[in-house]
Write a protein that binds this ligand. Structure first.
Ligand code: ARG
Length: 496
């Protein structure tokens, strides 16, 4: 009876979490005609995140272009997916997004996999260093053998690879390049000119060098799936209109001001001199981000453990089955899932399945599926230990009383097994809360994702992460304590 009650309590708590965060799940459902644009929102003034009237928004000149492309020509609702730059092409290839508008340069290599629109903007490349090193680096030659920061998968990486003896350390986000410079991990960085100008404004200790990079004028264009000429035609038509009215330049100018804060009535000088906000201020200003992240993280973890519980129980029964094929299947399932990194599983489910079977899970669905099957493998082993831990005599007694194998399992063995493994299941929940942070990789707005967003908005490297760490800790600590109480209750009932 006690076991039933505890099980009920566990299910009930999961349900509560579910109800608390159900709105986010329904928000993830989409309706009507839409066009999905993929971009890496770390690239002010083209695309970046900004807190506008307390709301997190992705803004920039590329967004203005995307709005025109979506609304004006296709009457569709614009949906934006913020993905790491080097994941954009795979996302387009697998059909998760309809187009890329991310300051992307049409290179021959990329053209092999996607089609590009006409050029909509010409940018240039510059070298950024620490302010005190500005005079040290005057020519491309002076960069020989230097440690160079670049964004992973960008043409800046190609440029840096062309520098003799350069040591590259590519990172996902442009803001991380600035941190690499500030923490002396790299000596210089290759960046897009306007992007560098915006960054330097917020990092007064960094500067743009006078180095001239050969052939550094680089075009930007919109990428679509290969062969999608219809969409491409529509895009080119919109771009032609925008260019005829000089609108794109205006978009870039306005976005640059929005990024630097000039539209808030501050001059560039004032922005430079502004004191950096401290960690408590950041937490308070961005509490809505963190709160949303907490909801997603708890929802995902609860779903992961719930489905993991169900799948895990089935797998453990197969694992203990008398039929060798079942045993073998279950063992393979467990070994494969435990022997491969969860990140790889996530990417296979999200991108691989989409491509292979043409099933497009939303980012949230992919996250839940990955966490569920991953934890099911661990839970299956926990259940097995629990089932095997029930004294054999009980099975024998039940069977000699005439109970069938199934009935013995259902009424005698499994209830006791579950009771003995409840603490281990709780631990799995704690583990999943922490591990779920990898889903931010595909763009689920969980706590880790929000911390990254706050980092790029505030230009603050460390504080947003420390806040996230503190929140993860508080969540897992409270949960462990609660589990401790449940465990004590359970063992007290044993004593009776
Ligand atoms: N133009 C460069 C390229 O195509 C960099 C673009 C980076 N874009 C971004 N949103 N981070 O490789």
């Amino acid at each position: 009876m006690k076991v039933c009650k505890s099980l009920f309590a566990v299910c009930f708590s999961v349900l509560i979490v579910f109800l608390a965060v159900a709105p986010i799940a329904s928000a993830a459902q989409d309706t009507g005609k839409k066009v999905v644009v993929g971009l890496s929102a770390d690239f002010a003034p083209y695309e970046f995140r900004k807190n506008i009237n307390g709301k997190d928004e992705i803004v920039g000149s590329d967004i203005e272009i995307a709005k025109r492309v979506a609304a004006a020509d296709m009457g569709a609702e614009l949906q934006i997916q913020d993905i790491a730059f080097d994941s954009l092409l795979p996302a387009l290839d697998s059909g998760r997004i309809d187009m890329i508008i991310s300051g992307m340069t049409p290179t021959d290599e990329r053209r092999q996999n996607v089609d590009f629109s006409d050029t909509y903007y010409i940018s240039r490349q510059v070298i950024v260093t620490r302010a005190e090193d500005k005079t040290k680096y005057k020519t491309m030659d002076s960069l020989k053998g230097a440690a160079i920061g670049v964004q992973r998968g960008s043409i800046q990486q190609d440029i840096a690879e062309g520098i003799q003896g350069a040591k590259l350390s590519p990172v996902d986000k442009v803001s991380d390049i600035m941190l690499q410079l500030e923490s002396n991990r790299v000596d210089a960085a290759v960046m897009e000119g306007p992007v560098a100008e915006g960054q330097v404004l917020n990092h007064p200790d960094l500067a743009i060098t006078d180095i001239q990079i050969p052939d550094s004028d680089t075009p930007m264009a919109i990428a679509v799936q290969k062969g999608n000429t219809e969409l491409l035609g529509q895009i080119n038509k919109t771009l032609a209109e925008l260019k005829a009215n000089d609108e794109i330049d205006k978009f870039v100018e306005a976005a640059f001001k929005l990024n630097s804060g000039e539209t808030d009535g501050e001059t560039a000088e004032q922005i430079k001199d502004k004191p950096k906000p401290n960690i408590f201020q950041i937490f308070w200003d961005y509490r809505s981000y963190y709160w949303q992240g907490i909801q997603y993280t708890l929802f995902l973890s609860a779903m992961g453990v719930l489905f993991g519980f169900i799948i895990g129980l089935i797998v453990s029964l197969l694992r203990l089955s008398q039929i060798s094929v079942f045993r073998w299947l279950a063992m393979t399932y467990i070994e494969i899932l435990r022997g491969t990194p969860m990140l790889v599983q996530l990417l296979i489910i999200h991108y691989g399945i989409a491509q292979a079977f043409n099933i497009n899970f939303t980012v949230l669905e992919s996250g839940i599926i990955t966490l569920s099957i991953n934890s099911s493998a661990y839970l299956a082993e926990i259940f097995r230990a629990g089932i095997q831990g029930v004294d054999r005599g009980q099975t024998e007694a039940a069977r000699s009383l005439g109970m069938s194998y199934g009935a013995t399992m259902r009424h005698i063995i499994i209830p006791q097994a579950i009771k003995s493994v409840l603490p281990a299941i709780g631990n799995e929940f704690v583990v999943i809360i922490k591990e779920s942070s990898i889903v931010s990789f595909i763009g689920v707005a969980d706590l880790m994702f929000q911390a990254q967003a706050v980092r790029s908005i505030t230009y603050s490297a460390l504080s947003p992460l420390i806040i996230a760490a503190a929140i993860y800790f508080v969540m897992t600590f409270i949960l462990s304590k609660l589990l401790g109480i449940v465990e004590r209750r359970l063992s007290a009932s044993d004593q009776r």
